[in-house]
Design a protein around this ligand. Sequence first.
Ligand SMILES: NC(=O)c1ccc[n+]([C@@H]2O[C@H](COP(=O)([O-])OP(=O)(O)OC[C@H]3O[C@@H](n4cnc5c(N)ncnc54)[C@H](OP(=O)(O)O)[C@@H]3O)[C@@H](O)[C@H]2O)c1
Length: 299
Amino acid sequence: MHDRRSFIKRAGFAASLMAAPASWLVAAADQQTLPRRAIPGTSDSLPVIGLGNSNAFRRGDVSGSTALIKLFHQHGGAYIDCTGDSRFVVASVADSLGIAKDLFLGTYFAGDDEATMRQDISRLLAMTGKKQLDLAHSYPEFGEPNWDLFRKWKYEGLTKYIGVARHHESYYDTMMKMMATGTVDFLQVNYSPLESAAGKQVLPMALDKGVAVSINRPFINGDFFKLVRGHELPEWAAEFDCTSWAQFSLKYILSNPAVTCVLTETANPKHALDNIGAGFGRLPDEKTRQRMVQHLKSL
Ligand SMILES: NC(=O)c1ccc[n+]([C@@H]2O[C@H](COP(=O)([O-])OP(=O)(O)OC[C@H]3O[C@@H](n4cnc5c(N)ncnc54)[C@H](OP(=O)(O)O)[C@@H]3O)[C@@H](O)[C@H]2O)c1
């Protein structure tokens, strides 16, 4: 079983420092918790592994959500991405654990009238004890026509950051149009070794514009595991401290310099620990990244 101690041992402080640019490792001195990367243009940072909208949150499974959030927090995790009623499950569990203020919640607003969305914001703030939301984001199809509203919320101090979030190439043009305004703080987009189209234009633009990036679909919503099932991890994966197929994808993602953090969806604490492990140790270089893609294509 992977515990925090084994992460520290496996990761190796020196190796981690050598592998990642210094600017990425805001809190690298503390190897007991996940390394963090800066939110561009701010003094804030985020741990490199985040949690997606787990089925445990969706089901309203309080004991499952508690186990997951507690474990994640113990390893320095902070960013949880959640939508709909899941956000209230997360807020309630985090409050019960007394850690709500340590978390960074990315929550979606789309489709409701403003009064309803403001009620949801007030409810979340009351539950977490926070003075403002961390990140209010929306899908491009709602966010773009309603962007003035998001900017107003930020101006009022209702939310610290605003962003746009989607998971398919068909949204990239709108995402880039929105980033071109210079007012998008966060982009959330799909990216992984087998779904790497965002690496061509979208991620370079985010890097250029100083937009923080969280990645969704690191495992193509589970399809990645169908592809690798029954195949041994190649021996050379050890060269970048990779011990599982999940880490193979996550380390590919984290080695793109535009990426601030990856959102991993799981309801299984063992999988969550595996994913957290990807935040430690070396990352693949460009040549190795290409080899990783070729290897997956050959399976
Ligand atoms: N804004 C948008 O339009 C949008 C769209 C898609 C996703 N997202 C966000 O991105 C998050 C992640 O993307 P995703 O939903 O596509 O899911 P994903 O993280 O790509 O894949 C989740 C699947 O992988 C499995 N899994 C996770 N870790 C594993 C591990 N270490 N070993 C084996 N299996 C593992 C999970 O099963 P178990 O539960 O059994 O671990 C689940 O079936 C979402 O939760 C959401 O927050 C946003």
